[in-house]
Design a protein around this ligand. Structure first.
Ligand SMILES: [Zn+2]
Length: 396
């Protein structure tokens, strides 16, 4: 029987190396799809420790997979990590904590003498903040062979995510005709009118959708000067719902609002689809194990699953295989991410402690899954049920 205590000791043995990895990533922040130094450093550690590394997946140079196999035919557990930073800010989302956490868990597991037949994979997923590397990776089947997929993310509390909203983003660019607003208003067609009518129409739409729907927008171009009829105006909208089939129906109505606004104002509208993310599937049995293990290893500020979450590209992975993410507290509760506070905390004593907590939590969760076929079956069954439910239009 594998012992969690033995695993925890092995994680502690790795502490110095994991903290150095985190500090290196923090000191050398790289933007999405340019994380070459990060990938180099992470994969070399894994390679040195007997993992087989494949660099470049799904056409992404900075995606990688590192595998460690014991015996034949056991479960395949994937632990995903992101390593991209934010423009002008650095590691303001704490992504430098992720690879040390999963590398710590993976190496500690590989050093257990009694690890049963299984494959442990560390999978590097680029550009979470920008182009969402997990989307092409999922579409090209990079995760399909996994029995479960795990992640960690820093947070203001230690918790797991429930469901999250699917989201479609659009830019609406309206085209009118410029004219002097005082001298010849009758010769102008205001593109801004198209934008304003769109906002009004969205308010009417908002009343007749399900309560899980969110519609929010901003004006990104409202014209150049008050005395010129705007020939160009633009808005960005995000439209969200708890499941994809329903979101698709709301999106079609929202696009018709913009088309109708163009017709009503005599403008033209150009609709540019932007980032689109899936809803997250929730596998409670997997979340429960993660949270129990977080408590076991003494994680700080453990709270029940978050009901509301932002959208993430990890969601698409949770539609392919059972997946869950442990959020590990390392900033004071209420501190928003993408801030200087997060940048500082992700290279602090608290950040380093979060790495050890996460490595132990993820490793212990792998031990639970590998020790109990019943648990793995329950996780797979719940995943199947949740997938069927989420693909149903009437889900609330
Ligand atoms: Zn993040």
């Amino acid at each position: 029987m594998m012992s969690k205590e033995a695993l925890f000791t092995r994680v502690e043995d790795l502490e110095q190396e994991l903290i150095e990895l985190s500090a290196f990533l923090h000191a050398n922040p790289e933007l999405g799809n340019e994380e070459f130094q990060a990938v180099n450093r992470i994969t070399h550690i894994l390679e040195r420790n007997g993992f087989v590394v494949e660099r470049g997946l799904a056409g992404l140079d900075t995606a990688f997979r590192a595998s460690y196999t014991v015996g034949l035919g056991g479960p395949v557990i994937g632990m995903l990590c992101e390593y991209d930073a934010l423009k002008d800010l650095g590691h303001g989302c704490g992504h430098n904590l992720q690879s040390p956490s999963v590398v710590g868990a993976a190496l500690a597991l590989s050093r257990l003498e009694d690890l049963p037949p299984c494959t442990i994979e560390v999978i590097g997923t680029p550009a979470e903040e920008t182009t969402s590397g997990k989307i092409p990776m999922a579409q090209q089947g990079c995760f399909d062979h996994l029995d479960i997929a795990l992640m960690m993310h820093g947070g203001d509390r230690t918790t797991v995510d429930g469901r999250s909203l699917a989201v479609d983003n659009f830019e609406f660019v309206f085209e009118g005709k410029a004219s002097h607003a005082a001298v010849a208003p009758e010769k102008g067609v205001s593109a801004l009118d198209g934008v304003l009518m769109t906002f009004n129409g969205m308010e009417y739409l908002r009343e007749h959708v399900r309560s899980d729907v969110r519609i929010h927008g901003i004006i990104t171009d409202g014209g150049i000067a008050a005395n010129i009829v705007p020939e160009r105006a633009a808005a960005m909208f995000s439209i969200r719902a708890i499941n994809r089939p329903y979101l698709d129906t709301v999106v079609e109505r929202a696009l018709n609002v913009a088309r109708g606004a163009a017709l009503a104002t005599g403008t033209k509208v150009h609709i540019h689809p932007k980032k689109s993310l899936e809803s997250k599937l929730n596998v409670q049995a997997l979340n429960d194990v993660l949270l129990e293990n977080a408590k076991l290893v003494g994680a700080k500020n453990v709270t029940p699953p978050r009901e509301k979450t932002g959208s993430t590209d990890f969601s698409i992975v949770t539609h392919r295989v059972p997946g869950a993410c442990i959020r590990v507290a390392f900033v004071p509760q209420g501190t928003p991410n993408h801030t200087k506070e997060w940048v500082e905390a992700s290279n602090s004593k608290e950040g380093n402690e979060a790495i050890i907590t996460a490595a132990k939590t993820l490793g212990a969760t792998c031990i639970d899954v590998l020790s109990s076929a019943t648990l793995l079956d329950a996780i797979k069954m719940q995943f199947k049920e949740e997938k069927e439910l989420q693909e149903n239009l009437v889900l609330q």
